[in-house]
Design a binder for this molecule. Structure first.
Ligand SMILES: *[C@@H]1O[C@H](CO)[C@@H](O)[C@H](O)[C@H]1NC(C)=O
Ligand SMILES: *[C@@H]1O[C@H](CO)[C@@H](O)[C@H](O)[C@H]1NC(C)=O
Ligand SMILES: *[C@@H]1O[C@H](CO)[C@@H](O)[C@H](O)[C@H]1NC(C)=O
Ligand SMILES: *[C@@H]1O[C@H](CO)[C@@H](O)[C@H](O)[C@H]1NC(C)=O
Ligand SMILES: *[C@@H]1O[C@H](CO)[C@@H](O)[C@H](O)[C@H]1NC(C)=O
Ligand SMILES: *[C@@H]1O[C@H](CO)[C@@H](O)[C@H](O)[C@H]1NC(C)=O
Ligand SMILES: *[C@@H]1O[C@H](CO)[C@@H](O)[C@H](O)[C@H]1NC(C)=O
Length: 921
């Protein structure tokens, strides 16, 4: 198995302590990143969560449903717990919780409710059963045998945790709610801080019983105030039978339907038959079928391309554009002024193009309007966070219903086609994956070189909100518009490395982003789908991916196999942990889910497409557009029938990503060789669209079968598939990190922004920068180095000829940048260094061969001259207010700056001498 040694070292470096600092009950929890509002004592649950959300239990009864509103009522108590599975110490408490739950149930019926959840990386039947056995083992003499409670939810989206506990609140933990669903207590369990199951001895764990009992009894003893909502009588309730358990009706004998008609009216399709009653095997069986070939009619068209169309270049000058995405809220990121340039948020649309060759994003603002202009922006650590990025996607879901402080609408992510080689300087360690950003301009999502919130007059850089590391060599990515997770940060990725034989589909849920400035990756869920085998095409070829918002099918271009496949985004099941087979991952804490999911529903949607790349779904959801890179054709498929309806030749030979513009609804695509963004503009409406090829008879039979069989109905499920389960070994999980040395709170080696790394301060003196040296470059980033001798170009990017100086944890400065500011006391115009320290005009000396940046702040207008003559014209970069002035002192140019560089501002003249000797040589 492929396990680079580097990975082991890496995991130690990256194994951060829980930022909450151990097991404190501080609420809201202490967080290095963006603070997230959190449910704390005294808060009403309904202020933070949707108390009408329907949860389904997987234990003790499969398929019962409840919502928290059901638990309201005077005199009632609800306890919610948060555990992680495995052989963690925290699991000790599950048995105590289960015991307490049953004891109250027997005495108070559903006046008390106990809710617990299993997160996605597990299997309900196995663990809930273990908890019940633990309860008996821990309280052998109590006579209490858990049967009816607690209500266990298979919470694959970690929604219960995210709604009630808000990381980094430690675990195991408990929220005790009263009849108004007000939080009366929020506590951390006694096993927090212990490492293994056996470290937290039974007596310690049993301490939870006393704590819970004290709090619950106190609430139960409170006088019940008449509020219209009566507490239910204190008698045990009989659980409702689950829907599946209803007595079999008369027609339980096996009946098979006839074969359906073929799914299509022409070309190739499928047909199916289905069964009711007690039949052997799969309830749905399909087989291929063929009708007469589809006839092309030249008079017909598809609406998106009109009766006639033209392919026009709408923007150009990119650097290896691989993908584009339209910003859901034009102007949101740039505002009306950024980097000294005006923008017009109300005019036109906004396309973001990812440049794989210089690791940047080009934002085409006011696209399609006379104000159209392009600005390029990147990450200060582009060589890790945005390296050869091949796909870019936004969260476009504007109406998710999530509370606004948790909604990730307007967030975006890139996926990086790289093995983490720092531009080829370092041995690949495969620690690479998608990077998440928040496009909101405030809150340090864009920063200046020093890491301060970027002002509109400064050069700005993206600062990532989160990053995960389980998909090196990624060539495709789609945001999942699902509404079930608390934050909405689910992305699907095309990982070309997979199991080192073929690539794989991987689902990333960033969950709660760590926020700008933090490096805590312990809250996330990453699921590998090894059954979905993917193959890349030639290096650098983008693979389109898109989730259909209604059918929830994920379409994936597989360039290496000349086909487009469809995978149901909600299908498949947890099989086992991925930590053993895929040993490079972001965090060893149990809150980080890294799992293998098997048996997803998948099918070939379209085959024989010569290198499919960009994908786009028509605004009405009916058609899938597929770019065929090798021929330059864009095909239109009817999604429901899978039938190819239409195709147009674009004349381009390196088409990458495609997307419909959200307002004008025009299909756009990037072309790599020509560095262009292009649009397929209809000239006139399509009067005679190609008719649907769906066979209505097939469709209605499928609807009937679906209504009868419910979740058991699928045309694409492999009913024979069973997941290959395996009990996770505790050695792949760390419960706590307190004793690893990385939890030092010495401010010299840790930042309150970044996390902690005891060895960080020592990294400054490392010169072993070689390709195969022991120095881990990721550790440099984590250690707060933006400027370091080992990083590409010394790490930080200064304008040409400049040298950087690291400002640990925050950023860097460049010796060729000055600020032009007004002296606050005298109002005189003066120069400072980027850290605001004044420039000593006696000692400053500009150098030939260097480009200098003067960032003009405030209301000053500054101009650059090469002569002190008041009649001289400014040099060509001219004058600037609130923005950068750049000039290069170039020995070869006509401008010699013989006498120095002159900066005139508000009537004052500042002279900067230029080193003459070397200029003349
Ligand atoms: C719940 O939210 C409402 C409206 O935002 C606020 O007025 C109230 O104080 C909140 N109550 C609690 C207990 O959190
Ligand atoms: C579409 O319109 C443009 C100008 O409006 C014209 O040059 C082009 O020939 C038209 N294309 C077709 C296919 O009619
Ligand atoms: C990347 O390349 C494009 C196209 O040449 C250019 O406009 C942009 O400024 C470059 N960006 C960076 C950060 O170098
Ligand atoms: C630009 O935006 C700022 C803040 O949103 C606003 O105060 C200003 O008036 C705007 N300027 C123009 C020219 O629209
Ligand atoms: C990655 O970027 C480098 C330039 O920094 C370029 O030379 C290389 O071809 C790119 N690789 C891919 C796969 O795009
Ligand atoms: C650092 O940790 C030590 C021991 O845990 C504690 O006594 C000290 O107060 C902490 N210092 C800071 C600055 O938090
Ligand atoms: C980091 O901590 C210091 C001292 O507690 C505080 O002054 C500073 O504001 C903090 N910085 C950030 C960005 O939170």
């Amino acid at each position: 198995m492929f396990v680079p040694l580097a990975a082991v070292v890496l995991l130690q470096v990256l194994g951060f302590a829980n930022s909450q600092g151990g097991c404190g009950e501080t609420c809201p929890p202490l967080n290095y990143g963006t603070p997230v509002p959190s449910l704390c004592e005294g808060d009403l649950a309904e202020n933070y969560t949707n108390i009408d959300r329907v949860y389904e239990t997987c234990h003790p009864t499969v398929g019962d449903t409840f919502m928290f509103r059901d638990f309201m009522g005077a005199g009632r108590v609800t306890v919610v717990s948060n555990f992680y599975i495995g052989c963690n110490a925290g699991r000790r408490e599950t048995g105590v919780f289960t015991h307490v739950a049953q004891r109250y149930y027997q005495q108070y019926g559903d006046r008390t409710n106990f809710v617990t959840s299993l997160k996605g990386g597990t299997n309900c039947e196995r663990w809930a059963g273990i908890w019940q056995l633990d309860a008996i083992t821990l309280f052998p003499d109590s006579g209490i045998v858990p049967r009816e409670v607690p209500l266990t939810v298979l919470d694959q989206d970690s929604a219960l945790r995210d709604d009630f506990f808000t990381a980094p609140f430690p675990h195991p933990s408990y929220v005790i709610l009263d009849g108004d669903l007000k939080v009366r207590h929020k506590i951390v369990g006694p096993c927090c801080g212990f490492e293994s199951f056996f470290d937290c001895v039974a007596d310690t764990a049993r301490g939870l019983e006393q704590t819970l009992t004290r709090y619950i009894d106190a609430i139960l003893a409170e006088p019940v105030v008449e509020s219209g909502m009566e507490a239910p009588p204190a008698e045990p309730m009989v659980p409702d039978p689950a829907p599946g358990d209803e007595p079999a009706t008369a027609d339980s004998q096996c009946t098979w339907s006839d074969w359906s008609e073929c799914s299509v009216t022409c070309g190739d399709g499928i047909q199916f038959r289905w069964s009711t009653g007690e039949c052997e095997g799969a309830p749905v069986v399909t087989q291929p079928c063929s009708m007469a070939p589809c006839v092309e009619d030249a008079a017909q068209c598809v609406p998106e391309f009109g009766a006639t169309h033209e392919v026009v270049t709408v923007a150009s000058g990119f650097d290896g554009p691989r993908d584009l995405a339209f910003h859901p809220t034009p102007g949101f990121h740039l505002g009306n002024f950024s980097e000294g340039r005006p923008f017009y948020p109300d005019e036109g649309e906004e396309a973001w193009i990812v440049n794989a060759l210089n690791h940047s994003v080009s934002i085409v603002a006011s696209l399609g309007s006379p104000r159209q202009t392009t600005i390029s922006r990147r990450d200060r650590g582009y060589y890790h966070y945005m390296i050869n990025a091949t796909a870019l996607a936004f969260n476009m879901v504007s109406d998710s219903g999530r509370s606004s402080d948790r909604d990730s609408f307007n967030y975006w992510a890139v996926c990086n086609d790289d093995m983490n080689t720092y531009l080829g300087l370092k041995e690949p360690n495969n620690f690479m994956g998608p990077t998440l950003y928040n496009s909101a301009p405030r809150n340090r999502n864009i920063v200046n070189r020093l890491g301060e919130e970027c002002e509109p007059d400064e050069e700005c850089f993206f600062l990532h909100a989160d990053m995960l590391h389980e998909a090196p060599g990624c060539i495709g990515m789609a945001h999942d518009p699902e509404l079930r997770t608390t934050y909405g940060n689910v992305y699907w990725l095309f990982d070309t490395t997979g199991n080192q034989e073929n690539g794989q589909l991987v689902r990333f849920d960033f969950q709660q982003p760590h926020g700008p400035g933090s490096m805590d990756h312990s809250i996330a869920a990453v699921r590998r789908f090894p059954d979905v085998q993917l193959t890349r095409g030639d290096p650098g070829v983008h693979a389109g991916m898109i989730v259909h918002p209604v059918t929830r099918e994920l379409f994936i271009s597989v360039p290496g196999e000349n086909k487009v496949i469809a995978v149901h985004a909600d299908s498949g099941a947890y099989a086992r942990t991925a930590r053993q087979e895929y040993p490079i991952f972001s965090s060893r804490l149990p809150s980080f889910e890294y799992s293998i999911w098997e048996c997803p529903e998948q099918r070939d949607f379209a085959t024989d497409i010569d290198t499919p790349t960009g994908l786009a779904i028509s605004p009405d959801g009916e058609r899938l557009f597929v770019a065929e890179r090798a021929t330059g054709i864009i095909h239109a498929f009817e999604i429901k029938s899978g039938s190819k309806l239409f195709g147009i030749a674009t004349g381009y030979s390196t088409i990458g990503g495609m997307e419909f513009s959200p307002t004008s609804q025009v299909l756009h695509f990037v072309d790599e060789a020509t560095n262009t963004l292009n649009a397929v503009r209809p000239n006139s409406t399509c009067a005679s669209p190609v008719p649907s090829r769906v066979n209505p008879s097939f469709d209605s039979m499928a609807t009937t079968a679906q209504e009868t069989l419910g979740r058991d109905f699928s045309l694409y499920r492999d009913y024979e598939c069973v997941v290959d389960a395996l009990i996770p070994d505790a050695i792949y999980f760390d419960q706590v990190h307190d004793d690893t040395g990385y939890a030092s709170n010495d401010t010299n080696v840790q930042s309150n922004m970044t996390g902690m790394d005891a060895s960080a301060a020592l990294l400054a003196d490392r010169f072993d920068c070689e390709y195969d040296s022991e120095l881990n470059f990721d550790a440099l980033l984590l250690g707060g180095y933006f400027c370091h001798q080992c990083l590409p170009s010394g790490g930080a990017e200064c304008d040409p000829g400049g040298r950087c100086a690291n400002v640990q944890w925050d950023g860097y400065t460049c010796d060729n940048e000055f600020l032009v500011v007004q002296d606050p006391s005298t109002d005189a115009v003066m120069l400072t260094y980027p850290d605001h320290s004044p420039v000593d005009m006696q000692s400053v000396m500009l150098k030939p061969g260097v480009t200098y940046r003067f960032t003009v702040k405030g209301d000053i207008t500054a101009c650059l001259y090469d002569s002190p003559d008041p009649a001289a014209n400014p040099i060509e970069s001219g004058c600037m207010t609130k923005g950068p002035l750049l000039t290069s002192i170039d020995a070869g140019s006509s401008r010699t700056f013989d006498q120095g560089v002159y900066l005139r501002a508000d009537g004052e003249l500042i002279m900067l001498p230029v080193e003459q000797r070397r200029l003349r040589s």
